[in-house]
Design a protein around this ligand. Structure first.
Ligand code: KIV
Ligand code: ZN
Length: 388
């Protein structure tokens, strides 16, 4: 049923790195960029070239090695930023400059100390300057979600007129709730007369835990690029998690009018790489990439999954890079899972009584331990056979 392509723009190396404590070396960024290319993300935001010499070098290194994804650098709406971004992107097969300026009254008055007219002029100038270097220019009205909608539409229209090919609507502080964010995307697309000349993108932060939900709501309302990060890494509470956005769209193709071209089997690999490099652990119950995401402990669930995986699984673990789903033996596990697991260890029972005795001992042990490992089972079975 899907027709449109949903562009996946990964900003792990830029917004993800803004997560306190997550800074990465140039070499680490190149390793992650290569993994993202293998994941087949469409755009890799490699950094903010003017931020530091290290950032410039990292953008340049990524631009030189990545061939199959577009490589992007962030730049404020300032000449020097744009020139620096263009310089860093020189070697890229497919470069993009992403320029931004705040459009909310709060940011314009207190952060920029600029009038709305000045902001509008600066946005136009920045997009035009970026277009001198590349025809792939993204413009973001920062804090769009808290901006006056009339002014936002004026800026977006002017940015498209100036040559922006992607318009990114950020929920910079994670303030929106899903139906209102979806509505905003629809309103801007409907009100801006030249909106069909650009791809609409969204960039959601997770301050209220709604980054993925807001992004998906935007997609339902016409956004065709989602900016996201591996494991949801990012400034403060993070950005929308790439793995969750991608798998939601893929799993619910019955409702989403678009699809990504991500190789989902690379998701776990990317998640582990980013976690290892940044030292940010992935919580066990994290969707898609947490160790418990495809684990079943309760007897009822295990029995169901052993009969038909779809009873308690909406996706296949293998499709996101796990070798298989996992039956965890613990105090909630049932006889069927216990027996199946032992069979995999080549332990079989001659009689039903033997199985019952072993299962009783297993339950007693499970009451004392959180998770029962294969070594525990081997020991338990030795005890059963020697009658100890
Ligand atoms: O959160 C934000 O608004 C940003 C922009 C620079 C896109 O990161
Ligand atoms: Zn951001």
């Amino acid at each position: 049923m899907s027709q449109d392509k949903l562009i996946i723009f990964d900003t792990t190396l830029r917004d993800g790195e803004q997560s306190p404590g997550a800074s990465m070396t140039k070499e680490e960024k190149v390793r992650i960029a290569k993994a993202l290319e293998k994941l087949r993300v469409d755009v890799i935001e490699a950094g903010f070239a003017i931020a530091s010499v290290g950032d410039f070098e990292a953008v340049r290194a990524v631009a030189q090695v990545v061939k199959d994804s577009t490589v992007c650098s962030l730049a404020r709406a300032l000449d020097a930023d744009i020139d620096r971004a263009a310089e860093a992107l020189k070697g890229a097969v497919s470069p993009r400059i992403h320029t931004f300026i705040s459009t909310s009254a709060l940011h314009m008055a207190h952060k920029l100390q600029m009038s709305p007219e000045m902001v509008l002029e600066q946005a136009i100038r920045a997009v035009k300057r970026a277009r001198q270097y590349t025809d792939n220019v993204e413009f973001s009205p920062e804090d769009a979600a808290r901006s006056d909608v009339d002014f936002l539409c004026r800026v977006v229209e002017a940015a498209i007129e100036a040559g922006a090919t992607t318009i990114n609507i950020p929920d910079t502080v994670g303030y929106k709730i899903p139906h209102l964010f979806g509505q905003l995307i629809r309103t801007v697309r409907e009100r801006v007369p030249n909106s069909d000349k650009a791809i609409f993108s969204v960039h959601c932060h997770n301050d209220l835990g709604l980054a993925v939900a807001n992004s998906l709501s935007a997609v339902m309302n016409g956004a065709r690029q989602v900016e996201c990060t591996i494991n949801g890494l990012g400034e403060r509470a993070g950005n929308a998690a790439l793995e969750e956005v991608v798998m939601a769209v893929r799993t619910r193709q019955d409702i989403f009018p678009c699809q990504t071209t991500i190789d989902t089997t690379q998701i776990l690999n990317c998640s582990r790489l980013v976690s290892n490099i940044t030292g940010f652990p992935v919580q066990p119950n994290k969707a898609i990439v947490g160790t418990n995401a495809f684990a079943h402990e309760s007897g009822i669930h295990q029995d169901g999954v052993l009969k038909n995986r779809e009873t308690y699984e909406i996706m296949r673990a293998e499709d996101v890079g796990w070798t298989t789903n996992r039956m965890v033996l613990g105090k909630h596990s049932g006889r069927n899972a216990f027996k199946t697991h032992l069979k995999q260890l080549n332990i079989e029972f001659k009689t039903e009584e033997e199985l019952n005795a072993a299962f009783t001992r297993f339950k007693a042990l499970a009451d004392k331990k959180h998770e029962i490992y294969d070594e525990d089972l081997q020991a338990l079975m030795t005890d059963v056979s020697t009658g100890e």
